[in-house]
Write a protein that binds this ligand. Structure first.
Ligand code: ZN
Ligand code: ZN
Length: 330
């Protein structure tokens, strides 16, 4: 048997359940979960802001653990190895998107902790094609935020091309990782937080931001690009107004409140707006290699598995510095 935190209906707290350890299918890997980070997307799933989650559902898609068992068709993993499981849990592998290297857009894609049970549990199973070998050079807690905040943060940073002056709106888990990559690449980072959130602004400056201020402020210099991690549509025109001609605004969240109407002239001048959807396994592999070289360090606040609702509540109210991580055996 195992413990799991289960979403039985959206908008309600997760419930602690004792369940059977899932059976390992022929193409699956059974993993003993050591740590699972809590992502803003988990909030959107639990709050019912994303349509049609599997119910009941075990959320969580930044999973780190060790291989317990491999399905009969699985090669490439051994018992005891440290592995990670991300948001992208399955793709068809043969549609136009998959063939073109855009498996993140596959129409048949399925996602961990949304349509597939995830990592808010002592054990999980994952399709072997979407399991990453992590090595043993970091703790499970330190590695967990890399699996989504890191992967999607990296993909969103790549969308900004070689932007030197980079704005980051919302300084949470993804931002505190991306800033390390951006600084490593010699970029200047301007961090925007909830108005008056001096704690988050101090944290951004400690992490290497050249400037940190309120989201409704203008940066001291026009930006080459901005990435929006906060799920707030009003930040899109705010970011456009802070952008030089030819700059790009990248919306990196899976859900955002409506974008208010704005005058065309703030988009004109070949500025663009783009969204980032999910991740590809290639993003994950590139980022993990880079994170090891830099090396990327994560700030974490840990919660025992039964305290998952508290972790979600603290994330919702913006009280987490860095990433919230559930630990299974602490
Ligand atoms: Zn996520
Ligand atoms: Zn496909």
């Amino acid at each position: 048997m195992m413990q799991a935190m289960v979403l039985e209906s959206t908008g309600k707290p997760l419930l602690l359940r004792h369940m059977y350890i899932p059976a390992c299918g022929p193409e699956q890997v059974l993993i003993r979960v050591r740590a699972c980070a809590v992502c803003r997307t988990d909030l959107h799933v639990c709050d019912g802001e994303l349509p049609g989650p599997k119910l009941p559902l075990i959320p969580g898609h930044e999973i780190v653990g060790e291989v317990v068992e491999c399905g009969t068709l699985v090669t490439g993993f051994r018992e005891g190895e440290c592995v990670g499981v991300p948001w992208l849990g399955y793709t068809c592998g043969h549609c136009g998107f998959c063939d073109a290297g855009n498996e993140n857009l596959c129409d048949a894609a399925r996602f961990t902790g949304y349509q597939i049970d995830g990592g808010f549990a002592e054990y999980t199973v994952a399709h072997h094609r979407f399991v990453f070998l992590l090595g043993d050079d970091r703790s499970a807690v330190a590695a967990a935020p890399l699996l989504c905040a890191g992967f999607i943060g990296y993909r969103s940073l790549r969308m900004t091309g070689d932007a030197r002056r980079l704005g980051i709106y919302g300084f949470g888990s993804a931002a505190h990782i991306v800033i390390q990559v951006a600084r490593h690449e010699g970029r200047e980072v301007y961090a925007f937080t909830r108005p008056g959130d001096r704690t988050a602004q101090d944290f951004a400056e400690k992490m290497g931001a050249l400037w940190a201020g309120d989201a409704d402020m203008s940066p001291p210099e026009l930006l080459d690009a901005a990435i929006i991690y906060a799920p707030v549509g009003a930040l899109v025109p705010a970011a456009l107004r802070s952008l030089r001609k030819g700059g790009i605004v990248v919306c990196a969240g899976i859900h955002m409140s409506n974008i208010p109407e704005f005058p065309y002239h703030i988009l004109w001048g070949e500025r663009s707006i783009k969204s980032v959807a999910n991740l590809t396994r290639r993003d994950g592999e590139e980022f993990l290699a880079l994170a090891g070289r830099i090396p990327v360090r994560t700030e974490t606040e840990t919660f025992a598995l039964p305290r998952a609702n508290e972790a979600l509540a603290r994330l919702r109210s913006g009280e987490i510095q860095g990433a919230a991580v559930l630990v299974m055996d602490g």
